[in-house]
Design a protein around this ligand. Sequence first.
Ligand code: NAD
Length: 262
Amino acid sequence: MGMLDGKVAMITGAASGIGRETARRFAKEGAKVAVVSLKSEEERAVSLCAEIAREGGAAVFIPCDVSREEDVRAAVKGTIQKFGRLDIVMANAGINGVWAPIDELMPGEWDRTIAVNLRGTYLAIHCAVPELKRAGGGSIIIVSSVNGTRTFANAGSTAYSVSKAGQVALMKMAALELAASNIRVNAICPGATDTEIGSSTIKRNVETIKVGVHFPHGAPGIRNGQARPADIADVCLFLASDLARHVSGAEIFVDGGFSLAV
Ligand code: NAD
C-alpha cells in the first residue's frame, strides 16, 4: 500500500528539479499527479508522465504559466477533469530571476520574480482551495527557500529573497485560515539543491556589493549543505501524507544545517 493511495496531487514547476523528483516520489506512493509547467517544457514533462505510467502510476501534463490567473484556473480544472479530485497542492514553480545591486535591479525584473514566485504561489492556493474543500481537506506544500527566511547573505538576491519570505507569510496566513477546512499548509525551505535553477538566474554586478564579511573556510552542514532533489522530495512526501496529519503552519529547513552558520 502506498502512502498516497487514492490521492491526487498538482505540482507546479514539475518538469524539472525538485518538482520533477517529487512527482516521481508521489506517483510511486500511489498519487495521481498533475505535472504543471511551462508549455516550453512540454517534451520533458510528457516524458516524465510516460516514465510514471511505465512504472504503473498516472500523471498528466498541463501547460501553465503560474503568474497568469487564467492558466492556473485551467490547471486546476484540468486536474479535476482528468482525475476527479484534488488533495495535494505543491506550489513549487520558481525562478531565481535577476540578482543585482538594488539600485540596478530594474522594476520589471523585480516584478517578474515576484509574479512567478509569490503571485504564482497565491494563485495556486487561491484556485485550488475550493477543490481541496470539496475533497474534505488536503495538504498544501509551498517551496520557499533558506534565502529570505534564514539567510540574507546572497548578495543581490533581493527580489528572490523577498518572494521567498512572502511565501512563508502566505503559508502562515493560509494555515490558520484553512485549518477549519482540514487543509494543512506548510513550507519547505531548501538550501542549495542540484537542479536547473541556474538557468533561470541572471547575476549582474553582484561582485560590487560589499557587506564587509566573508565566510572564512569550508561550508557547514551535512554534505556541506548540498542537497539532491530526492532529499527535498522525501520531506514533501512526509508533508503530503497522513504522517504529517497534525503538522500545519510549519516551515521546514532542508539544508543539512547549512543556513545556521551563513
Ligand atoms: P528548476 O529550474 O529545476 O525547476 C523549476 C521549474 O519551475 C522549472 O520546471 C521551470 O520551468 C518552472 N517554472 C519557472 N517559471 C514558471 C512559470 N512562470 N510557470 C510555471 N512553471 C514555471 O529549479 P528547482 O530548484 O527545482 O526550483 C523549484 C523551487 O525550489 C523554486 O521555487 C526554487 O525557488 C526553490 N528552491 C530551489 C533551491 C535550489 O538550490 N535549487 C533552493 C531553495 C529553493
